[in-house]
Write a protein that binds this ligand. Structure first.
Ligand code: GDP
Length: 458
């Protein structure tokens, strides 16, 4: 299947650094495992040759312990993925935001399709999409959004349960970067935040609070993030004020509302949660319209004039290099001329449409920038440190083994030499004794012969 996404400025590179780091750390653990297996075999040969060797038994059991530890870490590493979890009140647009990031309608959205349990979107190397529901290993094929919505509506699921939606990685570049997107029931659905966090959030790399720009952050949304903050130290939290397109109908109040949301959100992240420094907090708050972005991206894949695409890319680059601020209005005008008919109908030709598009791109860029750094650290650092410790202990162990073998060899050589010396001494003694006996015999013989001769002459 053709990949859908073609505008990843350097997004691909950001997400790829996680995949690259994962491949590297996995390769190192494979090498360590192979070395430990070789050591285990080598020590087993030794034991066969000398079953009574107590030292060998001790070494073997230590090596087997390290091997089990390394196998466990390798297993965890091969499953490690970047997890982005989306929270917020029902209907704020969590599923739409995820769909906009995937660039297609994958998760059901809107009335009648409220997400009433956790849904995770994963990538796989299999060619067809499927879902996994709790309590069953059956891979249920779902080819369309309607099939997924239908399958989900038939399940009576607890809000904290998880349905996994698996799509071929080749369809979505974000999934090929080993990213898992997790949609959640609204924070207003159930107060079981501790259960949710224990089950779904402890390994999350980033949390996105999808808020409704038409109202202030609610008590339940804030409460949920306070809980997250208690369970995890300094979680990466982003706030997107969604439905910002609605503000276009009241342009005179727009700036005022935006500043209010911005200062309250920054104060929530910096002063209440203390999870980000003040200087960096502005890069954690965004004003977007997930619905517009999704529609635009879907239309783009259905065929947009090249000039339009080029202009959007240019805007994104300018924005990312802080060159585009007040010029948005002019660019809006230019692009609306360059894209005749592309955005006709609906709300998407409103004032500020392109600013919201750029803001969504910017949100994704900052999100990926943040996770590509933090996920590598949180997912791999502790494993790399454990691997290094095992390698060091193994080195010491094998050096001890070599040491005790050479000590054994020198003791054996010493004993052999002593034996040889003793043998030599005994041999010399024997020779001396033989010589003395011979002399004695000779003496006795001559004495006897003398006596015999004497007796005969008498
Ligand atoms: P969720 O319950 O938080 O997952 O919300 P959904 O993604 O299902 O969205 C609820 C409704 O809000 C749907 O009808 C969406 O089309 C609509 N919606 C989502 N995002 C936006 C937006 O940015 N602007 C507008 N106007 N509507 C939106």
């Amino acid at each position: 299947t053709e990949p859908l996404q073609d505008d990843g400025v350097d997004k691909e590179h950001l997400l790829h650094s996680f995949v690259e780091a994962k491949e590297k750390v996995n390769a190192k653990f494979r090498d360590l495992k192979k070395y430990l297996e070789d050591c285990e075999k080598f020590l087993a040969e030794f034991r066969k040759a000398d079953e009574n060797e107590r030292d060998i038994k001790k070494f073997s059991s230590k090596v087997s312990g390290y091997l089990a530890q390394v196998s466990r870490i390798s297993e965890v590493l091969s499953r490690d993925q970047i997890k982005m979890a989306f929270f917020g009140r029902t209907s704020n647009g969590k599923s739409t935001t995820i769909n906009a990031m995937l660039q297609d309608k994958i998760l059901p959205t809107g009335l009648g399709h409220t997400t009433n349990c956790f849904l995770s979107v994963h990538g796989s190397d299999l060619p067809d999409p499927y879902i996994l529901v709790p309590g069953s290993d059956d891979k249920r094929n779902v080819k369309s959004l309607d099939e997924l919505a239908d399958a989900l509506s038939k399940e009576k699921l607890d809000p904290s349960s998880l349905v996994q939606v698996v799509w071929p990685k080749s369809r979505f570049k974000i999934l090929s970067g080993d990213v898992v997107l997790v949609d959640s029931p609204g924070t207003d659905v159930s107060p079981d935040y501790d259960g949710w966090i224990d089950k779904h959030c402890l390994d999350a790399d980033v949390f996105v609070l999808v808020a409704n720009a038409e109202s202030a952050l609610t008590v339940t949304e804030k409460k949920f993030f306070h809980k997250v903050n208690q369970h995890l130290s300094k979680p990466n939290i982003f706030i997107v004020h969604n439905r910002w397109d609605a503000s276009a109908s009241e342009p005179d109040k727009m700036e005022l509302v935006k500043n209010q949301h911005l200062s309250r959100s920054i104060s929530f992240l910096v002063d209440e949660l203390k999870c980000v420094d003040k200087g960096k907090a502005e890069d954690r708050v965004f004003f977007v319209s997930a619905k517009e972005t999704l529609m635009t991206r879907m239309q783009k894949h259905q065929g947009m004039p090249q000039g339009g695409l080029w202009l959007i890319k240019m805007c994104i680059l300018l924005k990312q290099h802080e060159l585009l601020t007040s010029k948005i209005f002019i660019l809006n005008q230019v692009t609306s001329i360059a894209l005749p008919g592309c955005f006709s109908g609906g709300a998407i030709h409103d004032e500020g449409f392109f600013a919201r598009q750029l803001e969504f791109e910017n949100f994704e860029h900052k999100l990926e920038e943040c996770i590509s750094k933090s996920a590598i650290k949180t997912k791999f650092e502790s494993h790399a440190v454990s691997g290094l410790k095992i390698a060091k202990k193994l080195k010491i162990l094998m050096e001890q083994r070599v040491g005790s073998t050479s000590q054994q060899r020198s003791t054996q050589e010493k004993a052999k030499k002593e034996q040889e010396n003793r043998l030599k001494f005994v041999k010399e003694q024997l020779e001396i004794s033989t010589r003395e006996i011979k002399c004695l015999i000779k003496e006795i013989t001559s004495k006897v012969e003398g006596q015999v001769t004497e007796a005969m002459t008498e």
